[in-house]
Design a protein around this ligand. Structure first.
Ligand code: SF4
Ligand code: SF4
Length: 461
């Protein structure tokens, strides 16, 4: 007779107050003094005019749940945690230093855990079977295995280049399935994938630095051409560039979406990959996507309760540099830049401007390109509505923020919109398509690369 005991059932989760691990810390919530100085910076408040949809309103809701005056199951609470873009514009202007990103991500983690444990008869809606399956596949499998992610990217490429996409669009199949808006957001999977295998790209001229490039997931597939441009620009700036193997997705989608354990797993994978790739010999770990950069820089916070990993995360984070921050810091090689006469406007990714507070350096780099005229758009740092999967979870707000951004960009008369994040690049491209406007959206490093090479890409010609 087996003596094995069946595992004890998990204790019922209380919906009064936050509980268990990843609870938003009351001390962080209470940093807010309700001054309201953040309201005019908040995109959802600007769109709706509702106090509830402002940072202060959302912090009130978190405080109410934290103190047991509101249930975690409250539709208002869940709705507002989902409606927030986590753009962190509020955090950047808050005089009290509220760490808004940390408390909203922990609140989402609490909601997600409660949904996963919901019985179906309680007050919190359990996750629907299809949503649960999609989440489990996307968060649990696709973004955790780069082999699978590359396989998926290859399938997407086949969908796009074999005519299936054309048929699906023109025969109304996507409309019938209700997925035409979502499908518009698919990037072009036509680049050559950047698979990190330990490649070393030598510095041009005198070697100034040895750096690693983090290829990531979507950036190493649909945006591999941006990585190629980044490597060439770094080489031109005297950097030896290495691509340590076994790196993967940074975990941004997981952490922003409340799957903090999933984010931690990916953080550990990347830390090990860089340790094995010679972290001690590196001057910097370079990242060219704003959302990924802010996630990498926050690995220390993500792993702060894990003594075995906290110090290792600290060593890793100390070397992470956004590519614009890095180039401005080491001093851009301006001697080899050739004229690129084009009028450019810059849309600031939230996770560069607000989360990493990098605002001057991207403009500095653009202004260094001879012949390039930088024209500022209104509301450059107001979120474009991309925000991870926001355009899927909150399509109306995402679309109206996207349209607002494009109107501001087009009003400048710019021939190119520059940015530094894949989500923003996709959102801008979709909104331009909806308006029937053919304005190229380019990464700053692509413009630098073209200037160094003295070539004009077709979209700029
Ligand atoms: S988050 Fe900061 S700026 Fe906004 S109300 Fe609270 S203290 Fe004021
Ligand atoms: S993170 Fe952005 S959307 Fe959310 S409350 Fe702050 S400013 Fe508003």
């Amino acid at each position: 007779m087996s003596t094995a005991l069946a595992p004890a059932p998990a204790p019922p989760r209380t919906l009064v107050g936050f509980s268990g691990k990843d609870s938003p810390e009351p001390a962080l919530i209470n940093t807010c003094v309700h001054c309201g100085l953040c309201l005019s910076s908040c995109p959802t408040y600007r769109e709706t005019g509702l106090e509830m949809s402002s940072p202060r309103g959302r912090i009130y809701l978190m405080k109410a749940v934290s103190e047991g005056r509101m249930s975690l199951a409250s539709e208002v609470f869940q709705g507002q945690m989902s409606e927030c873009l986590n753009c962190r514009a509020c955090e950047a202007v808050c005089p009290s230093g509220v760490q808004y990103g940390a408390i909203v991500e922990a609140s989402r983690a609490q909601i997600q855990t409660a949904r996963e444990h919901a019985s179906g008869t309680g007050p919190i809606r359990p996750q629907g079977a299809s949503v649960g399956l999609i989440r489990a596949f996307v968060f649990g499998r696709l973004f955790k295995s780069m082999a699978m992610f590359r396989g998926f990217s290859w399938l997407m490429k086949m969908y796009q280049v074999t005519g299936v996409q054309w048929l699906a669009r023109n025969l109304g199949i996507l409309k019938l399935m209700g997925t035409s808006e979502m499908e518009l957001m698919l990037p072009r999977f036509s680049s050559t994938f950047t698979v990190p295998k330990g490649q070393v790209y030598p510095a041009e001229g005198t070697k100034r630095q040895r750096v690693a490039l983090m290829p990531g997931c979507i950036m190493s597939t649909a945006f591999a051409h941006v990585h190629e441009a980044t490597i060439r620009v770094l080489q031109k700036n005297g950097c030896e560039v290495v691509l340590p193997p076994n790196q993967g997705c940074c975990g941004a989608l997981h952490t922003h979406g409340g799957d903090l354990d999933g984010g931690r797993e990916l953080a550990r994978t990347n830390i090990v990959a860089l340790e094995q790739g010679g972290l001690d010999e590196l001057d910097a770990i370079i990242i060219n996507a704003a959302g990924c950069g802010s996630t990498l820089k926050e690995y220390g916070h993500l792993l702060h309760e894990d003594p075995a990993w906290h110090d290792r995360a600290g060593k890793f984070v100390a070397k992470v540099k956004d590519v614009h921050e890095f180039l401005a810091q080491i001093g851009l090689n301006t001697a080899d830049l050739k004229p690129l006469p084009v009028k450019v406007t810059y849309q600031e990714p939230c996770h560069l401007a607000h989360a990493q507070r990098i605002t001057a350096q991207p403009r500095q780099l653009l202004n260094a390109i001879p012949g390039l005229k930088l024209v500022e758009m209104a509301e450059s740092s107001l979120c474009c509505g991309s925000a991870g999967v926001y355009n899927i979870t909150q399509p109306e707000l995402a679309s109206s923020l996207g349209a607002r951004k494009i109107e501001n960009a087009l009003a400048t008369g710019a021939e190119v919109i520059a940015t530094a994040n894949p989500g923003c690049a996709l959102q801008l491209a979709v909104e331009l398509k909806k308006k029937g406007r053919d304005v190229p959206v380019r990464y700053i490093v692509e413009l630098l690369d073209e200037s160094y090479r003295g070539v004009r890409s077709k979209s700029l010609a």
